[in-house]
Design a protein around this ligand. Sequence first.
Ligand code: UDP
Length: 330
Amino acid sequence: MNVLVCGGAGYIGSHAVIELLEAGHNVIVFDNLEKGHRAAVAEDATLVVGDLRDPVALEGVFADHSIDAVMHFAAYSLVGESVTQPDKYYDNNVYGSYCLLQAMRKFNVNKIVFSSTAATYGEPEQVPITEEQKTVPTNPYGETKLAVEKMLGWYDRAYGLKSMCLRYFNVAGAHESGTIGEDHTPETHLIPLVLGAALGKTDCIRIFGTDYDTPDGTCIRDYIHVSDLAAAHVLALAKLCEPGAESNIYNLGYGHGFSNLEILEAARRVTGIPIRAEMADRRPGDPSILIASSDAVVRDLGFAPRYDDLDVIIQSAWAFFKAHPNGYES
Ligand code: UDP
């Protein structure tokens, strides 16, 4: 199939491109390179630089390539920034997605795998979190992702556009080749920041909050390896191509979690470096525990993780960061 990957030069999108190529698909990446990196796009994929909100550029891609299906990763994803600049998030994440869906309709493309988030749940009612739990986002980032999920639901009903929305928990690690990985500016995520401290880019890592209602007092998150996450997208696409396929929403995590202090210990173990840590105040808006129920994705899509091991996840990220201490510019 010819698969259009919007945001395919980003962290998760670039890993999905590799999984799609390995599954035998032809991949066209559409990315404005604002957050993505040209060097992250696999050589065997075609890169078109453009913005979803530019109809000339976007429709040009559909006109030039006979697109069969879309994977959509192009979005802003910084929770804090979304609170201070919600306009940016509604414009890129919601309006950008609307433009994509309109182009898909115009070119009769009716399959999309959408990059969603556990932030759609907000503060969970119980863990592990199942897909049936209430969605009450606590920030504009989660709101914009939920808005697109809902838009997809209505577009299915009205126009027969079929979607798979994948709600990611905490994504980490890097491709086993060591050639692609995480390179965000600014970086806000725990694992890259801990490894940045190991590399000496910062003096220490600050652990946000030690008084949560968890065994060691720090937050617990469900970390999924980015290549497992990417592989699940290919499974979701295959499911959408089955006759009579229905739209659906799935959590993507491993179903178990690690505390922030456990991440720190694992990073010290893997790197062999006594990474310095400072205990700090809570970061506003952080739920204490986020763990996915992954039953549905395992049952319906046959999701079978290959990298469900914290040390393996951190080792893969470490290999990428050592080879690219300044990201793709290294
Ligand atoms: N965290 C931390 N120090 C940092 C960055 C993150 O203690 O410098 C904590 C954060 O408060 C949360 C966990 O690490 O409890 C995971 O945060 P991250 O930003 O990686 O992902 P999120 O769960 O927000 O999607």
